[in-house]
Write a protein that binds this ligand. Sequence first.
Ligand SMILES: [Mg+2]
Length: 179
Amino acid sequence: MSKIINNFYNVEIPEDKKILVLCDIDDTVLKYDKTLNDFLPFIEKFSVYKAYIERPMAYALYKEYKDNAIPMHTDIDGFNDMIRKINKNNNGSKLEFLTARSKKFDMNTKKQLADIGIYRSEDYTYHYTYDNFKNKASYIENNIDVLDYDVVIFIDDREDELSLCREYFPEIITYQFKI
Ligand SMILES: [Mg+2]
């Protein structure tokens, strides 16, 4: 199981080790007022559709909501503190974003992260898995050289992504971010 956290102060950054932190975006650093669940009751109450229609509809409504809503940071102070600790190692340690978003939202993503207070959001490396990979573990396997680091940490809100990653790479330390 992953360690469960609700802030970034609880991510342990070892000193004097070369560290890569892979960090999810949606519902990990960035959140919205509403969640998918807020759209399900509406559909169930008013819709005559069967459940397998309703859920995709809820996803579509939620996506439409997110396209227009203003996101918030889940924990800006803790995040900045984590970045400070990573940079303090001064040995090539870094944080990179690993998101299931599509690469076509690259500019929008960097702007959103700037809007929620992430300093120099355009300077980070972003890994977008949506277009070519069905999960983050296979993306890491094909695109990230984990052997280049002493410690690799992966933070995500979805335990299915994290546990699959541990199957591929047992040495990766995983944290489940729960808001
Ligand atoms: Mg997420």
